[in-house]
Design a protein around this ligand. Structure first.
Ligand SMILES: [Zn+2]
Length: 392
């Protein structure tokens, strides 16, 4: 999971932080603790940092902070690196040491308290993290880092209403359009209400989510689910909207859509929508697989196989297409006993059948996830497309 790419991102962030903060500090204070720049360990530490070598970078920057304890910025970056390297306890010690200093500016104190909150959050001490973030916001109510940390902390504990309130404040402070994240938070509120049997609150939350951003697919899915039994026609209309709003993730609506059409008594509509999607994008193997599955269930295994063979031609690297073809061959009765055993074994041993990857941190999962379990960003997962073998 945490591979080199991820490490490089963390290091680049730290290097940027160091350069930016040191620069700002130099302008602001003009001197206090600035001698570290002339230290060979500082130069060496930066060198390792840009080369992506975390351990020697930590070792060199540790030497800088011993020579020059007043170099607040270096201590902050060092603690950031220690946290990324999994040495959270050391990061906590450094941050607590910084907080004992009488010469911190108000902004620095808020920053260090916020960073300490993140240390605690990473270490799993959620109460202490909440306390540190609150203290940071007491010192500086507009401290972005503490607000971001507080929001993530609420998310970690599935406190969606609280997370939503903090995220709203962040959007106002940063003047950013956080509609997608706010929409996902509303969708989580909707799912929670639906689980508790509160249909009205669930529907309201899903509607708010979609008014914030029409691309919040879980809100479409949740809303459709509310009407799946009572009004399948309405459920189908909601899911058709979802397919139009987020065409590249249409496949996530296929199963409930097929069910809604069938409950409505219009199963042929599913064939039509799949054919339309295939027409729009001939490489859309998911629509082909969905249609093939549908046709096979209707006893049209020959047609199903034809579709899958075309899907294999367009996307030979996608394991799910092969799995579906094997199942159809089995349905056609052309697979002998030995072959059937092989197919079952292959089905059971296939890992990463449907690989997805987080575009923010490269975390990989065998499914579509709405919130990355590693970097905690929303809506960052895409299907991981492996390149076909060269020469094709
Ligand atoms: Zn991620």
């Amino acid at each position: 999971m945490t591979d080199t790419a991820l490490l490089a991102v963390a290091l680049a962030a730290a290097a940027g932080l160091l350069a930016g903060r040191a620069f700002a500090a130099g302008r602001r204070r003009g001197g206090r603790g600035e001698r570290f720049r002339t230290s060979p360990h500082y130069t060496q530490g930066l060198h390792y940092l840009t080369a992506g070598q975390l351990v020697p970078a930590i070792s060199e920057l540790t030497k800088v902070t011993r020579e020059e304890p007043a170099a607040v910025d270096v201590v902050q970056v060092l603690s950031h690196l220690l946290r990324e390297a999994g040495q959270v306890e050391k990061a906590i010690q450094l941050h607590q040491g910084l907080l004992r200093r009488p010469d911190l500016t108000r902004a620095e104190r808020a920053y260090v308290l916020g960073a300490l909150g993140t240390d605690f959050r990473k270490a799993g001490f959620l109460d202490r993290a909440a306390k540190s973030y609150a203290e940071a916001l007491e010192v500086d109510p507009g401290d972005i880092q503490a607000l971001v940390g507080q929001e993530k902390l609420h998310e970690d504990q599935q406190e969606w209403h609280e997370a939503y309130a903090v995220q709203t404040r962040l959007a106002r402070l940063r003047k950013t359009d956080d509609g997608l994240v706010l929409g996902h938070l509303q969708a989580e509120m909707g799912r929670e209400a639906a689980r508790a049997g509160n249909r009205e609150a669930a529907a309201a939350a899903f509607q708010v989510a979609l008014s914030l951003n029409r691309r919040v697919l879980p809100a479409h899915l949740g809303l459709a689910e509310l009407y799946a039994e009572s009004d399948p026609r309405r459920a189908a209309a909601i899911l058709e909207d979802a397919v139009a709003a987020v065409p590249e993730r249409a496949y996530l609506a296929f199963e409930p859509l097929a069910r809604a059409y069938s409950a409505w008594g219009e199963p042929s509509r599913f064939v039509a929508i799949c054919e339309r999607l295939i027409g729009q994008d001939p490489r859309d193997w998911r629509a082909r697989v969905a249609l093939a599955r549908h046709l096979r269930a209707e006893g049209k295994a020959e047609e199903s196989l034809g579709l899958l063979l075309r899907a294999v031609e367009a996307n030979p690297q996608v394991l799910l297409v092969h799995l579906e073809a094997w199942r159809t061959l089995r349905a056609l009765g052309v697979v002998g006993e030995a072959e059937a055993r092989y197919v079952s074994a292959a089905e059971e041993s296939a890992f990463y059948v449907d690989p997805h990857i987080c575009t923010a941190c490269r975390y990989r999962a065998d499914d579509m996830l709405w919130r990355c379990p590693h970097c905690h960003e929303w809506d960052t997962f895409v299907e991981e497309r492996l390149a076909p073998p060269s020469g094709r």
